[in-house]
Write a protein that binds this ligand. Structure first.
Ligand code: HEC
Ligand code: HEC
Length: 334
């Protein structure tokens, strides 16, 4: 299609996000900024930039180095490793259903995907680059310059257009096709096994999980403390707001595709889902500063039996969307 167009014309093709019809009813509409409408050309450019190693100082890494499709666009390390082997301070986050997110990073310090995408390019523990260098490299590539024109009507590349394109690609990373979804939203009563159905009930009831990891996004998008430490090493949300009531709280992470994103928590301290469930069962530190109201009064945890813990883990594994990690539209185009 692109070939049939005259090279001087700027007429991008609008792109509609595709997701099941129940999503708007239960989750609401995606947040789409008026100044960055989704287009086929913008998406295709963003996909290339997401996988483009020219974004890193030494040409060795891209966004996809730490956000890999096979891990639900997460990596499999406790702390990611950036350019020159620099180790970061937090666990990487999966990139899914971000069109519905209100804030970004574990501490929510960025309010949009466009603003978020500025940070990793220049972060000393990530791509360690400078914007003038990124722009100069891309501007020297006639093919990519043409793609900027087709997406944004300009052959003059700048950081604003780069982050807009990346944000468009990220908004299409939608994942609502797990066996849980078939069971709950498509009335496929056989989609979950008996054990997974028991685990689902524990998730909703005695586990208390759904208070914070609220369906169907499996996050209520709030900042909360889940009782990990008496003396948190990372201020979390408190480091952004300076409010003592936010100290040691973190954005409630989604549990979709959670079986793919080990290790767990903002510092990757737990290797397995069994360890995570054990934490909620009897590892809560009752004197954690700002321990969330939903976990106050449970002492050291919600005290699940070994069978209940196994059932809950089985349910968490049923939240994996295998079509998402094999979707060719999200793969490296190079
Ligand atoms: C060196 C590894 C690394 C690279 C490279 C990297 N990221 Fe990340 N990403 C992380 C880590 C670690 C976090 C969490 C950091 C925090 O909370 O402070 C994160 C968080 C994010 C989030 C927030 C997700 C959410 O749910 O809040 C988005 C979006 C994101 N990265 C996109 C990108 C994009 C786009 C690029 C390329 C321009 C990129 N990342 C490059 C490691 C990386
Ligand atoms: C009080 C709110 C709250 C409750 C209740 C809660 N969680 Fe969490 N959960 C969080 C927060 C906040 C984090 C991130 C904490 C951090 O990294 O410091 C988290 C992290 C996790 C993670 C790691 C996610 C990742 O990407 O690393 C898993 C898995 C998890 N919770 C499962 C559960 C299960 C299962 C239950 C029920 C037994 C549960 N949670 C109950 C708030 C809660």
């Amino acid at each position: 299609m692109a070939c049939s167009k005259d090279s001087q014309s700027f007429e991008p093709t609008p792109l509609n996000l595709s997701y099941p019809s129940w999503v708007e009813q239960y989750v609401g509409k995606p947040h789409l900024p008026a100044d960055n409408p989704l287009t086929v050309e913008g998406f295709e450019l963003g996909r290339r930039l997401f996988y483009d190693t020219r974004l890193s100082a030494d040409g060795s890494m891209s966004c996809a180095s730490c956000h890999q499709q096979q891990y639900s666009f997460d990596d499999n390390r406790a702390f990611s490793i950036g350019v020159d082997g620099t180790v970061g301070k937090r666990n990487a986050m999966p990139l899914i259903n971000l069109a519905w997110s209100k804030s970004f990073f574990w501490d929510g310090r960025r309010p949009s995907l466009e603003l978020q995408a500025h940070d990793p390019v220049v972060s000393p523990s990530e791509l360690k680059n400078t914007w003038p260098q990124v722009v100069a490299r891309l501007q020297a590539d006639p093919e990519i310059v043409e793609r900027f024109f087709r997406a944004f009507g300009s052959r003059s590349i700048d950081s604003t257009l780069i982050v807009k394109a990346i944000a468009q690609f990220e908004r299409t990373l939608i994942s609502f096709n797990s066996r849980y979804d078939r069971y709950v939203y498509q009335n496929d009563t056989l989609a979950l096994t008996e054990q997974e159905r028991r685990g689902y009930q524990i998730f909703l009831n005695e586990g208390l999980c759904n208070h914070c990891h609220t369906e169907p996004l499996f996050t209520d998008q709030a900042f909360r403390n889940n009782g990990l430490d008496a003396v948190p090493a990372d201020a979390g949300r408190g480091g952004v707001t300076g409010n003592p009531a936010d100290f040691g709280t973190f954005k409630v992470p989604t549990l979709r595709n959670i079986a793919l994103t080990a290790p767990y928590m903002h510092d990757g301290r737990f290797q397995t889902l069994e360890e995570v469930v054990q934490h909620y069962s009897d590892g809560i530190v009752p004197h954690s500063p700002n321990l969330d109201v939903h976990l106050q009064g449970v002492g050291t945890g919600v005290a699940l039996t070994a069978q209940q813990q196994a059932d809950l883990v089985a349910f968490l594994r049923a939240l994996t969307d295998s079509t998402f990690i094999s979707n060719t539209a999200f793969q490296n185009p190079y």
